[in-house]
Unconditional design. Structure first.
Length: 99
C-alpha cells in the first residue's frame, strides 16, 4: 500500500538520449508500494512496452492525464508476493537491475 505522495519524475528536462536509463534507474530506487509520477510531453508507448516486459505484473501503470502534448503516468511497485514477475526478496524495489 502506498504511504506517501508519488515522487515526481519530469522527463521533459532530461536529454532524450538519457531518458530511458534515467527512468529505469528511478524505478529501481522505488521501494515496495511507492509510486513515481512520470510527466512527459508525449505518450511514451515504446517505453511502456519495455516496462511491461521488464517488470511484468510487479509494476502498476496508471495514466493520470493523456493528451497529445501532456502525459502524466503513475508507476507503482507492487509489494512482494502480490504480483507475478521479477520481485525483490529484500523489499528494496523491483530488483530487475541485475537482469
Amino acid at each position: 500500500m502506498q504511504t506517501s505522495s508519488p515522487f515526481i519524475f519530469d522527463a521533459r528536462g532530461i536529454a532524450k538520449r538519457f531518458r530511458h536509463a534515467a527512468i529505469f534507474g528511478a524505478l529501481e530506487a522505488l521501494g515496495e508500494g511507492e509510486s513515481m509520477r512520470f510527466v512527459n510531453d508525449h505518450d511514451p508507448l515504446p517505453l511502456i512496452e519495455q516496462l511491461r516486459r521488464r517488470y511484468q505484473d510487479q509494476l502498476h501503470i496508471a495514466y493520470v492525464q493523456r493528451a497529445d502534448d501532456a502525459v502524466v503516468i503513475d508507476f507503482t511497485v507492487h509489494p512482494a508476493g502480490t504480483a507475478q514477475g521479477c520481485g525483490s526478496a529484500n523489499g528494496t524495489g523491483c530488483g530487475c537491475s541485475g537482469g
